[in-house]
Design a protein around this ligand. Structure first.
Ligand code: HEM
Length: 179
């Protein structure tokens, strides 16, 4: 099968929508205690819905990635740099899926359900601090690992663009219309 030189429109749309939603979910998660008490529940609900969207889009992206090979890495990359890139991408996928999955019991063991707007799901569990506290810690720790890794991923993309002067960044951007 011939390798494409650019990512497909679907891969690009999934990449950037997931990136934006992760930043919003992370920001809301960290600041939830700063919101007035009356709207804290709504903020947690919004955070959870955005996080669940990240989960669904990440699974869709994993499926897309498995069925549509990514364009090859530049020839100029050393074997170590290739290995680091692959390891970082696998870790990013794992965290994008694991964090929302951990978020579900983190929410439900607070005795909180989910409001999807058209319908609600009640929590089947009692509020159990002995369970939700360690889960929240894990959820937070994994989120910091994801944001740290995403920051390294951004720096690597900028390095490719400005120093390596290859197409690693531009092939994940929407194509420019011909002038
Ligand atoms: C990309 C996805 C997600 C990211 C990056 C993320 C990130 C975070 C962060 C950073 C916190 C703050 C933890 C702390 O300071 O203790 C948090 C809290 C929380 N998250 Fe998530 N989260 C995600 C998805 C989810 C999902 C899918 C759910 C539930 C379905 C969820 C439920 C919660 C709950 C219940 C809290 C605790 C809020 C509180 O303090 O009362 N999260 N999240």
């Amino acid at each position: 099968m011939a390798f494409a030189q650019r990512y497909s429109a679907v891969a690009i749309a999934l990449h950037w929508s997931i990136a934006i939603l992760i930043v919003i979910a992370f920001g809301l998660g960290l600041t939830v205690d700063n919101f007035p008490k009356e709207i804290k529940g709504a903020v947690i609900n919004l955070h959870s819905l955005i996080g669940l969207t990240v989960l669904v889009l990440s699974l869709a992206r994993l499926y897309w990635r498995a069925t549509h090979p990514a364009p090859p890495l530049p020839q100029s990359m050393t074997p170590i740099a290739r290995l680091a890139a692959h390891a970082a991408h696998i870790a990013l996928y794992l965290l994008m899926i694991a964090i929302p999955l951990i978020g579900i019991p983190t929410l439900l063991y607070r005795g909180r359900g989910l409001d999807f707007g058209l319908f609600q799901i009640a929590s089947p569990f009692e509020r159990t601090p002995d369970i939700y506290r360690p889960l929240t810690e894990l959820h937070e720790l994994a989120s910091f690992a994801l944001i740290g890794l995403a920051a390294a991923h951004v720096l690597a993309a900028l390095y490719h663009h400005f120093i390596g002067k290859d197409d690693v960044l531009t092939r994940m951007l929407p194509p420019r219309s011909p002038s």
